[in-house]
Write a protein that binds this ligand. Sequence first.
Ligand code: TZP
Ligand code: MG
Length: 219
Amino acid sequence: MNKAELQDRMKVYFIMGSTNCSADAEEVLEKALIGGATIFQFREKGEGCLEGNDRIELAMALQQICGRFNVPFIINDDIHLMKKLNADGLHVGQEDGDLKEIRNAVPGKLLGVSVHNLNEAWLALEIGADYLGVGPVYPTGTKTDTRPVMGYSVIRELRDNGIDAPIVGIGGINKDNASGVVQAGADGVAVITAISNHLKPAEAAGELLKAVENAKQNN
Ligand code: TZP
Ligand code: MG
């Protein structure tokens, strides 16, 4: 995938695992993709999450759904699972290991890295990250161990310093505040609960896509 395509894929970056969903995870994903989510990350984490075979089976089911929609399927943090499933990519945070080693372990795959400042962003790009996740932009109840809320400032700082890699903002983003993230310079928004917990995930994804595309037109 070239950079322009990847940038386009960042528009509505849906992330979830079974514990994030108020309904069946497979149904939620299918609806999100019908509504217009552009890329998906499997993030099976936290209290009550699936383990062992159940986790692998859910991942495979979700991968198959992504395949039907031609939407890239990314795995959070688990190189082993990524390789087992031959997923399209891997997303890691700053605490998930040596970035250079991780990059080398998944050649030819998409690699996303969560960053919180300019220095982390340069280091991630230096080792060959394909895109950056930046946040938490807004307060979020979904991940409890986040860094402090940063608003738009870091996204703007990265762009002002010449970073032109694909960027998604993450953390507390919904259809009403998504436009500000794009106006600050992000290519799109990464969301969990705005879609996973919505009664109508298709509608939620569609509204996010509309908000991002409108903001891009006005940029
Ligand atoms: N990383 C930073 S904030 C966050 C992650 C995984 C959680 C985002 O979830 P939500 O529900 O979209 O606020
Ligand atoms: Mg991680």
